[in-house]
Design a protein around this ligand. Structure first.
Ligand SMILES: Nc1nc(=O)c2c([nH]1)NC[C@@H]1CN(c3ccc(C(=O)N[C@@H](CCC(=O)O)C(=O)O)cc3)C=[N+]21
Length: 282
């Protein structure tokens, strides 16, 4: 058996086409959704990725600007700039690229973003809103994963879902969304004893650990849906997921590739959130 490939790139393109009507409706009211991305420091991977985001926005006729600052930028200066953007009506979404240099307190910086412009959904108010079932912005990566599961017509009610990784930006919101959809959710972490005993029970397995190839085919329940959130860049410059694709594809029912899986979905959901932020200003 060979798994179906869940094509995130293709699904992202379809979602983009379906956004055209919403974008045009805003334009008729002289509103162009705008995102400002703030990048601190000169991590080359972040730079490439931030460019990708900006290009996607521009292609669809949205506004996007990237502000790049040296790693020496003070927390105060960064927060002052964020407050200016909070008050700029042409900016609907603000994204501060993570991770930030160690001398900056990421929590403090993120909490300076107005929750109404926090299109990442990382602000503590937005995390709490999601947790209590009244989300304002759903974090883009887990949001994109839910769209992928939807496109595959996966029955979530009563399903066993296992999420490996408990970060605030992927694992925790992912678990909440799956739970809300009716799945029974287990969150595993690096201390989990006998990880395979958990993963082998999973009808839906989401892997977000940042450890390349850590989930192998022998850990997967035959026919399971496997979602690989990993984006690890190897020494050869190639992207590698957290799932060992070569062995997993022989066991899973469906699997997301890396690249071309969750990554493009993350970007398109950022578009969705930014458009939604602009629509709320109508
Ligand atoms: N505030 C903040 N929000 C984020 O959403 C955020 C962040 N910081 N920091 C970094 C991570 C990483 N991330 C990616 C999203 C899409 C791709 C993506 O499109 N990947 C393509 C390939 C890109 C390539 O080839 O390099 C793919 O998987 O097919 C990659 C990485 C968002 N992040």
């Amino acid at each position: 058996m060979t798994a179906r490939i869940i094509d995130g790139k293709k699904l992202a393109e379809t979602i983009k086409l379906n956004l055209a009507d919403r974008i045009n409706a805003l334009k008729e009211k002289d509103i162009i959704p705008g995102l400002t991305v703030i990048l601190v420091g000169d991590d080359p991977a972040s730079q490439v990725y931030v460019r990708n985001k900006a290009n996607t926005f521009t292609k669809l006729g949205l506004n996007s600007s990237v502000e790049q600052y040296p790693a020496s930028l003070s927390e105060e200066a960064l927060c002052d700039r964020i407050r200016e953007l909070n008050n700029d009506p042409s900016v609907h979404g603000i994204l501060v690229q993570l991770p930030l240099p160690a001398n900056l307190d990421a929590n403090k910086v993120i909490e300076t973003i107005s929750p109404e412009k926090d299109v990442d959904g990382f602000h503590i108010s937005n995390a709490g809103a999601l947790m209590t079932g009244r989300p304002l912005f759903i974090p883009c990566t887990p949001y994109g994963v839910m769209k992928m599961l939807e496109s595959e017509n996966v029955e979530l009610r009563g399903a066993e879902a296992v999420v490996i990784g408990a970060s605030n930006i992927v694992g925790k919101p992912m678990a909440l969304l799956l739970q809300k959809a009716g799945a029974t959710v287990t969150i595993c972490n690096s201390k989990t004893k006998d990880l395979a005993a958990h993963t082998k029970r999973a009808d839906i397995l989401v892997v977000a650990t940042g450890r390349p190839g850590m989930v192998t085919g022998d850990m997967i329940k035959p026919g399971a849906i496997v979602i690989d959130v990993g984006i690890n860049r190897g020494a050869d410059g190639k992207l590698k997921g957290d799932v060992e694709f070569s062995s997993a594809k022989n066991v899973a029912g469906a699997i997301t590739p890396v690249p071309g899986g969750v990554g493009p979905m993350t970007i398109v959901m950022l578009l969705v959130n930014t458009i939604e932020a602009a629509e709320r200003k109508l």
